[in-house]
Design a protein around this ligand. Structure first.
Ligand SMILES: [Zn+2]
Length: 212
């Protein structure tokens, strides 16, 4: 596999890097100034740059398991996602933050699974516990569901809403939301259809992003 990647890098150097030299040189020497932060899952099956037809330098991409944003916490810790959000908001001064969940999300599946993971070396249950409320909300909205296949999708979409809610607990996010210097957006990507839905807070529903 590594040989294939090295070969791929050679292709990149000979073609993409050469063809886009001016842009890449400018970014490398003058720094980045993306206007959008894009928070999404680590899943390998999609790429925010491809989905949005963007170029290097356009998106400040933060990826973690299930596109989760924890709530603001004053206690110190290894707050990787919070630190990346802080950099995007306070230093890069992005104008938009997109949180994008997706279908068939392994992180969300583990949240819905009733099996307790007893592995004390696992970081995943503690991380996913941030989204416990999203699980409850999805279960409440679909009690005795006769369509169990809807549940993961509902939970994935609830997780996006929760991350948006948690983002607003960061004081410097809240401040910029109030002064309209920053806007938050919730997206949901269907891996099979390629459709992107966007969350509409007014109706508490998701609609195709292309539908105005
Ligand atoms: Zn995922």
């Amino acid at each position: 596999m590594i040989d294939k990647l090295i070969q791929g890098y050679e292709e990149y150097r000979n073609h993409y890097f050469r063809d886009n030299y001016d842009l890449l040189h400018k970014l490398g020497t003058e720094g980045q100034s993306p206007k959008t932060a894009f928070i999404t899952c680590c899943d390998s099956r999609f790429n925010p740059l491809l989905i949005t037809n963007s170029n290097p330098g356009d998106l400040f991409i933060i990826r973690n398991v299930a596109a989760l944003v924890p709530p603001f916490q004053e206690v110190s810790g290894w707050h990787g996602t919070s630190a990346a959000v802080e950099y995007a908001v306070r230093h890069l001064e992005v104008e938009d933050i997109i949180v994008m969940g997706h279908s068939d999300c392994g992180g969300v599946k583990s949240l819905l699974s009733d099996e307790e993971i007893e592995d004390k070396d696992s970081f995943i249950p503690a991380w996913m516990s941030i989204a416990k409320q999203a699980r409850e909300d999805a279960l409440n909205d679909h009690p005795n569901t006769d369509k169990p296949e809807r549940l993961p999708c509902a939970c994935e979409q609830e997780v996006v809403k929760l991350s948006l809610k948690n983002l607003a607990t960061f004081p410097w996010v809240k401040e910029r939301l109030e002064s309209k210097k920053l806007a938050l957006h919730g997206w949901y990507y269907d891996l099979v259809s390629g459709e992107v839905l966007s969350y509409r807070p007014g109706t508490d529903s998701y609609k195709p992003v292309l539908c105005k």
